[in-house]
Design a protein around this ligand. Structure first.
Ligand SMILES: *Cc1c(COP(=O)(O)O)cnc(C)c1O
Length: 220
């Protein structure tokens, strides 16, 4: 199957209120352009350098989403153009994004990553840490970022019941705290679901899915 037919198929299975992020990490610009040519405008990458190279060589109406874990010292390389940073899990990182956004006279949208998986390896905040961060005086002072939602990654498992439990956990946290609005916080987006579990994620309340291999094929 071609990238274009994969993309069209995926889109036909996603309801209109769910945003599709085409995860293009490791793939060449020619592959991204195939998706671009049938209308895809949101791409997700997990390495800042790779995303920046693609940003520089591709049309400027693309929205670039950083979906990987971000190192503080690299924020400056994407601050001029990045559209949404999915995996933010500390006040320190938010403060750096704010500082770099300010230099570019921009506001950068961020999702806070919530820890929902059972496995040890995933990044993210638990519910208490999330509330502590959003309630802190330091957070309120960050005028060049906006927290627009939450992001989560389920355990890497075949066990659908386990995955469903984790997605539902994120949706519950979201619903509990979505009324918590400030100048720089308005929770609208729930980013959850990848190639293997996006339909389950949508059933559990996802509004943004991050799909790579089902569009572009497997990665090495
Ligand atoms: C790679 C990646 C995806 C896409 O995974 P696929 O299984 O290829 O769809 C989604 N989210 C994150 C954070 C990723 O790193």
């Amino acid at each position: 199957m071609s990238i274009q037919s994969n993309l069209q198929h995926i889109k036909s299975t996603i309801p209109p209120h769910v945003t599709l992020v085409a995860v293009s990490k490791t793939k060449p610009v020619s592959d991204l352009m195939e998706a671009y040519d049938v209308g895809q405008r949101i791409f997700g990458e997990n390495k800042i350098q790779e995303m920046t190279e693609k940003y520089e060589s591709m049309p400027k109406d693309i929205q670039w989403h950083m979906i990987g874990h971000v190192q503080t010292n690299k924020v400056k390389y994407m601050a001029g153009y990045v559209n949404l940073i999915h995996g933010v899990d500390s006040l320190k990182l938010l403060a750096e994004i704010n500082k770099q956004a300010k230099k570019h006279n921009r506001t950068i949208n961020c999702l806070l990553q919530v820890y929902i998986a059972e496995e040890e390896s995933k990044f993210g905040l638990d519910e208490n840490e999330l509330l502590e961060l959003l309630g802190s005086a330091e957070f309120r002072l960050l005028e060049n970022i906006k927290v627009t939602g939450l992001m989560g990654m389920a355990t890497f498992t075949e066990d659908q019941t386990q995955i469903q439990k984790e997605f539902t956990h994120l949706k519950t946290i979201f619903d509990k705290h979505k009324t918590l609005k400030t100048e720089n916080c308005d929770l609208q987006i729930i980013s959850m679901g990848m190639s293997g579990d996006y339909q389950l994620a949508i059933e559990c309340g996802s509004t943004m899915v991050r799909i790579g291999s089902s569009i572009f094929g497997g990665r090495n």
